[in-house]
Ligand binder design. Structure first.
Ligand code: ADP
Ligand code: MG
Length: 200
C-alpha cells in the first residue's frame, strides 16, 4: 500500500466511528449456527455491497449482531469503501439537529456519501411520528444509493407498533426490504455463555 492509500484508509476508519474494532476473523462461526461458511464468504466478497443490497441482522441481545456488523464494516473499509456506524439513538439525534448544528450537518453529509451505513439497534425504543418521518426521509435518500445494515432485536413485523404509523412503516420497509438479505441469529447468547465467573 502506498502512503497515500494508507492515510486514506486511516481517515475512512476514523470516520466510520466503530464502537470497537472486532473483525470477521474474530467471529467464531462454530458459535453462530445460523450463519454458514458460505454466507460468511459472500459477506466478505462484498458483491451485495456493489449491488446495493441491504442486510438485516435479527436476534436477541448478545448473539453477535453488532460484532458481525462491525466486522463487515471493517472488511468494507479494508476493500476501499466508505462506511459509517451509527447507534440508532445517535442517528436520531443527528437527524433532529442537522438543520441547526454544524456537527450533525457534517455527520449527515457523511452518511449520505457512505457506501455502507450501519444502523445498530433499530427500534430498541419507540419513535415519535416526527422521528419516524425523519428516518423515512433518510431511508428514502439512501435507497438504491448505498447499502444499509440494520441490527435489531425486534422482528420487522413489530416495527410498525414502535414507529407508531403504519403508513410510514410500510414505506420504510418497502424500501429497506426491496433488496435485502435477512440473517436471523437466534442462538444462545454468546455473552452469557462466555461470561466470566466469580462463583464456582
Ligand atoms: P448483540 O449486538 O447481538 O447484542 P454483540 O455483537 O454485542 O451482540 O456480542 C456480544 C459479545 O459476544 C461481543 O463481545 C462479541 O464480540 C461476542 N460474540 C458474539 N458472537 C460471537 C461469535 N460468534 N464469535 C466471537 N465473538 C462473539
Ligand atoms: Mg448489539
Amino acid at each position: 500500500m502506498t502512503k497515500r492509500e494508507e492515510k486514506n484508509k486511516a481517515r475512512r476508519l476514523k470516520w466510520a466511528k466503530f464502537p470497537y474494532e472486532k473483525t470477521l476473523k474474530d467471529y467464531d462461526l462454530s458459535e453462530q449456527k445460523s450463519l454458514s461458511e458460505r454466507q460468511m464468504r459472500q459477506l466478505k466478497e462484498m458483491n451485495w455491497l456493489e449491488q446495493q443490497y441491504n442486510l438485516i441482522l435479527l436476534g436477541p441481545p448478545g448473539v453477535g449482531k453488532t460484532h458481525l456488523a462491525v466486522g463487515v464494516g471493517l472488511e468494507a473499509i479494508e476493500q476501499g469503501y466508505q462506511v459509517m456506524f451509527l447507534p440508532m439513538g445517535e442517528l436520531t439525534t443527528i437527524l433532529k439537529t442537522s438543520d441547526y448544528t454544524r456537527k450533525s450537518q457534517i455527520a449527515l453529509n457523511r452518511i449520505k456519501k457512505s457506501d455502507l451505513v450501519i444502523i445498530d439497534d433499530l427500534m430498541y425504543m419507540a419513535m415519535d411520528p416526527y422521528e419516524a418521518n425523519l428516518f423515512f426521509q433518510l431511508v428514502n435518500h439512501l435507497h438504491e444509493q448505498c447499502s444499509v445494515i440494520l441490527t435489531s432485536n425486534k422482528a420487522p413485523d413489530q416495527w410498525s407498533k414502535l414507529m407508531g404509523d403504519q403508513g410510514i412503516t410500510t414505506a420504510i420497509l418497502d424500501r429497506l426490504l426491496h433488496r435485502v438479505e435477512v440473517i436471523q441469529m437466534d442462538d444462545e447468547s454468546y455473552r452469557m455463555k462466555h461470561r466470566q465467573r466469580v462463583f464456582d
